[in-house]
Design a binder for this molecule. Sequence first.
Ligand code: MG
Length: 248
Amino acid sequence: MYVKLNVWYTAALVIVLAGCQQAREYQWAVHDMSRPRPVVVTPGEEDGQAPSDAVVLFDGADLDEWQSTKGGPARWKAGSEYFEVVPKTGNIQTKQAFGDCQLHIEWATPAEVKGRGQGRGNSGVFLMGIYEVQILDSYNNDTYPDGQAGAIYGQKPPMVNACRGPGKWQSYDIIFRRPIFEGDKLVRPATITVLHNGVLIQDNWVIEGATRHKRRAEYKPHPDKLPLILQDHGNPVRYRNVWIRLLD
Ligand code: MG
């Protein structure tokens, strides 16, 4: 009896699976030569350099692509090769707005170590001005894990601590998918992948909402595109080679 039942089950399963296989339609044949070719993008000469379709937000000259979040020009120091937070001048934001994106940004916390915990080399990359990937000197500097370098602030520590020492140049490569709202309702939360110095530290993490200090994250509806913000947290953190690709 048991064997008989098993045969029937197997037969039924085969029929169902065959049906599924038939129902599946592929737009393209395998190795279909009529398939559209991907757009050609010229990559940088070296890894980390801006590809041809990127919006360059800082190439070593000036802060023309940026402004103060308080209005008016960005008041951070822009020298040759890098720009630097001038404490107490406030956050800066891009003039252009972005949603889904790939962001490359290089940063260095001060070579001279001052302060501890959240007070050492603190800045931040706010995607859409709302969702912060923390920048901090997390090299031999303990703090709450959801606030160390590479954390989605207040939500998710990085998978590993891949920090270089104070004063050393470091990189974030970020792939961000914006949240989708229908009216007041969140229909898809934002997701984020981050590589820190080439090491995966956030793997398609589902962001819980606007990053906050000492409070649970929460989503509030917002436009599809918003400026990128860099944080003045009172420490002279440096940035260079900043570029972004729109993924929508
Ligand atoms: Mg910060």
